[in-house]
Design a binder for this molecule. Sequence first.
Ligand SMILES: NC(=O)C1=CN([C@@H]2O[C@H](COP(=O)(O)OP(=O)(O)OC[C@H]3O[C@@H](n4cnc5c(N)ncnc54)[C@H](O)[C@@H]3O)[C@@H](O)[C@H]2O)C=CC1
Ligand SMILES: O=C(O)C(=O)COP(=O)(O)O
Length: 323
Amino acid sequence: MEKKKILYYQIDDTLDYESDLLRQWGITDLELVQAKEGDFVEEARDAAGAVVEYQQVTRPIIEQLPQLKIVALQSIGVDNIDLDAATDHGLCVTNCPGFCSEEVALHTIGLIIDLARKITALDRSVRAGSWDPLLGYPIHRLSNKTIGLYFFGSIPKKMIPMLRGLQLSILVYAPTKTAEYLAGFGAEKANSFDELLRRSDILSLHCPLIPETEHLISDRELQLMKKTAFLINTARGRVVDEAALVRALKSGAIQAAAVDVIEDEVGAKSELFTLENAVITPHAAFVSEDSFYGARKTALAQLVQRICRNGRPEHLVNSAVHF
Ligand SMILES: NC(=O)C1=CN([C@@H]2O[C@H](COP(=O)(O)OP(=O)(O)OC[C@H]3O[C@@H](n4cnc5c(N)ncnc54)[C@H](O)[C@@H]3O)[C@@H](O)[C@H]2O)C=CC1
Ligand SMILES: O=C(O)C(=O)COP(=O)(O)O
């Protein structure tokens, strides 16, 4: 039987876990091939499916790969894929909704506590030879402060009990959610984005990167925020205009920021790295052994469904696609 090639780009360098799963599922007609990180089009030319990470899958790329049936992401965000082009060419795009909601929720809470207690800043100063508990901006209690959540998907939902534990008031801007629905989570609905900006002591971003959210936070928005506010971004780097954020952190327009994502993750460069009132982690919020294996299994199941069973994958993102 001719095997169908699946091209894999993933951090883990072996595909043993996937091969074991295929054996358990009785699937014998897939050949899993680790990519060499060369040219995607060349490597994917004879592939029926691909698992990509940060690789951009653009319209010109999709047009050159007519035999490709599915791109399976081991992530929630699908911003590196041209979904319209995929739909136009009958290419299924799948993701792994919720696979790391608990991890990102906890990481976000960690970043909030870090800024509220200046843990990273104090650690940096101790290592630099200082022993100064009053370093930097003044510390205030978190209880009764307001956290603003931008959009209300799987991650902020997981954060709710933790935010309640911190005794924060929860304000949400999510146009598609009603006040009654949010009240069920003990959260108040913000009637406008500007209300969210003005009232939040901590603003935490949880939206996908889509045209409407690109540079959502720029000079105007940062000026509307409280001077004492913290900005947390665990969504995508390009949701924040980083140059504007750097200006705001330098001028005191807001107090501090903690981000897990930056605009240039490929180059791993940002002026934020030079600022004392910024905490940065390297797109690590999703990481855990549990989330990795969960995502790998989900992505493989999508590939099997599309390629081996010619069926509709459970986690199809471009649901209008015909194949
Ligand atoms: N730093 C990291 O390691 C990770 C970052 N992420 C990022 O976090 C983002 C959020 O993740 P989840 O909460 O799991 O997402 P989700 O897909 O569960 O929720 C997204 C929310 O946005 C809403 N939404 C989407 N487009 C909208 C629009 N045009 N107008 C109004 N509402 C809209 C949806 O209704 C939904 O409530 C992801 O898209 C991803 O970019 C996700 C996982 C890991
Ligand atoms: O799931 C997401 O959207 C994430 O950000 C984490 O996964 P990734 O680093 O994109 O593979």
